[in-house]
Write a new protein. Structure first.
Lengths: 313, 263
């Protein structure tokens, strides 16, 4: 302590004083604040671009009553390509078709529909991935033989696979779930394999010294050790399953989900670009919600682990 | 000396790693050995001399290339299947997802002991290794020395007649190590367990053992056996006794020879 000069000690105190108020905010609140800050910055950049190079701002069509002629013109910032954020927000409250329910209700229903398909695909893919990973971890020959095909399966675009699945399984939520599962099993399989192989050789010797059976080693050592790896994969799979479900709806001709909504609003883009943007926001919200759900599950399951507290959302 | 079947015996044991390949290594050569029940036997030798290999052979974690290892009069494999020994490694190897209490219960779980019995026994053991109050803690919340104590408790959970210890205190600082030596000595006295103890610390070996096996550098052979006749119980006073220094000097002398043996 004597080596610390008074000058640095003073800085230290000053630093602590300025930092303490922020540090004492609850962790979740800091997260929310950071999220809102980034959201505000994004919105600012969006509208800033429109201010610089968008279509002229008419006072009756913006909430601030501003009249403004941007100094430059860029196609990307036109009202058709990049609608004003307030127009997108407003679109949620307006009916998407004449005398219909407001867009928010339509999108909420579509989002729940797609969410259900995504969950089915997530569970199916997660289970398949776990089984494959476990099988590969125990039978090296199988891993050597099958892994190239598993990897190859992921290089085939989902857009090519999706119509095929619909032809095999008939259009319906089952084929959508299978398409979503196609995107989700891979990360789970890879990370399960990695996680099951993660235990220290000494831990395996220890189990060996107890004459533990293969299944005891699996359930009491390998699987618990693999859980952090598996949860990382599940977080990737959660968002991927939403993408898979949306894409799966397209060739299936399912109209009730977000895929149908996107397709629909895409074909009427000229008459209302903000509706497609609203659908994009809804899709992102479903993905984020699913991701958060898995994160909460991870927190619960891994709550006693040393690093669980430190990792971010 | 009473005539008694040894708890561990080696008969003409050789261990060759990667036999027939370019990386062939003769780890142990012609090991003949008998360990009496209730004794505390340390194995000491230059690094890479096969000390740990010897221990792993007893535990049937590896198998001899030639010869036979017996534990309690049975082949080592059978003894392992019967959970006849407890083992402590250099690292504590506690499972991070289990509380200290649950970690200690692991071997009993695998043996099918009832939950009530497991709980009772694990709490007794925590008392024995002076970790009472840490039942619900997780391994990462404990210091290195405390973790190693928990791992000793786990090894004792099934009340083994044989305890295998592979440099258990090698990663601890000198002060903690001396305290752990004292505790291990007391545990050995209280439980009457036979201990086979691998170490590279001369003071540790002398303080704890009734016999010390000095091994030569690779290929590992038992060069010399030092009988340690220091009175039991031992304590701080032991380290100041003339006999203690005499044994220490003898072990050091043989270790020096062991090092020069092959070079």
């Amino acid at each position: 302590m004597s080596e610390v000069s008074p000058a640095t000690a003073g800085q230290d105190v000053a630093a602590r004083h300025s930092v303490t108020p922020v540090r004492t905010l609850p962790r979740w609140l800091r997260r929310v604040l950071a999220f809102l800050l980034v959201l505000a910055l994004l919105a600012l950049a969006w509208e800033g671009l429109k201010w610089l190079a968008g279509d002229p701002w008419r006072p009756e069509s913006n909430p601030f009553g501003i009249s403004h002629t941007p100094p430059f013109r860029a196609k990307i910032a036109s009202d058709l390509n990049l609608p004003h954020l307030w127009d997108v927000v407003e679109a949620f409250g307006q009916p998407s078709r004449r005398n219909g329910p407001p867009l928010s209700a339509v999108l909420l229903e579509a989002a729940l529909f797609t969410f259900r398909e995504a969950i089915a695909g997530f569970l199916l893919g997660g289970l398949l991935g776990f089984l494959l990973g476990t099988l590969f971890a125990h039978v090296t020959l199988l891993e050597r033989g099958c892994m190239p095909y598993v990897v190859a399966s992921q290089t085939v675009p989902i857009l090519a696979i999706a119509p095929m699945v619909v032809i095999w399984l008939k259009a319906g939520w089952i084929s959508v779930a299978v398409i979503a599962a196609y995107l989700t099993f891979f990360p789970v399989a890879i990370n399960t394999l990695r996680g099951l192989r993660s235990p220290d050789p000494m831990a395996l010797e220890l189990m060996h010294s107890y004459a533990a059976s293969r299944s005891e080693i699996l359930w009491k050592l390998r699987v618990p050790a693999a859980l952090p790896y598996i949860f990382t994969a599940l977080k990737i799979s959660a968002t991927a399953s939403v993408v898979g479900a949306i894409i799966g709806e397209l060739p299936s001709g399912i109209r009730g989900g977000l895929g149908g909504a996107i397709l629909n609003f895409n074909s009427f883009y000229i008459s209302g670009p903000q509706r497609l943007w609203a659908a994009i926001i809804a899709s992102a919200a479903v993905g984020i919600a699913f991701y958060l759900l898995v994160t909460v599950a991870e927190r619960l399951v891994l709550r006693s682990r040393p690093l669980a507290v430190e990792e971010g959302v | 000396m009473t005539v008694q079947a040894p708890i561990v015996s080696f008969a003409g044991v050789n261990k060759i790693f990667n036999p027939g390949s370019a990386k062939e290594t003769v780890a142990l050569r012609d090991i003949n050995l008998a360990i009496e029940a209730g004794s505390f036997v340390s194995v000491i030798g230059p690094s890479g001399c096969g000390k740990s290999t010897l221990l792993r052979l007893v535990g049937d974690l590896i198998q001899p290339t030639a010869g036979e290892v017996q534990v309690k009069g049975k082949p080592a494999r059978q003894a392992r299947l019967n959970q006849d020994y407890g083992i402590v490694f250099q690292a504590p190897v506690l499972f991070e997802w289990r509380s200290i209490l649950k970690n200690i219960q692991l071997p009993m779980e695998l043996r099918g002991t009832t939950p009530a019995e497991r709980d009772k026994r694990a709490r007794e053991l925590l008392g024995l290794v002076e970790l009472t109050g840490f039942e619900r803690h997780y391994p990462w919340q404990l210091s290195g020395g405390m973790q190693q104590r928990a791992s000793i408790a786990r090894a004792l959970a099934i009340q083994p007649e044989l305890l295998l210890m592979d440099e258990p205190f090698g990663a601890l600082d000198e002060m903690t190590r001396e305290r752990m030596n004292m505790e291990l000595h007391n545990i050995w006295r209280q439980t009457g367990t036979t201990v086979l103890f691998v170490t590279h610390s001369i003071p540790e070996a002398v303080f704890l053992s009734t016999r010390i096996l000095v091994m030569s550098a690779r290929p590992g052979e038992i060069m010399h056996v030092v009988e340690v006749n220091l009175p039991v119980p031992r304590g701080e006073h032991t380290r100041a006794e003339a006999a203690y220094f005499e044994v220490e000097r003898e072990v050091r002398e043989w270790l020096r020879r062991a090092q020069g043996y092959s070079s």
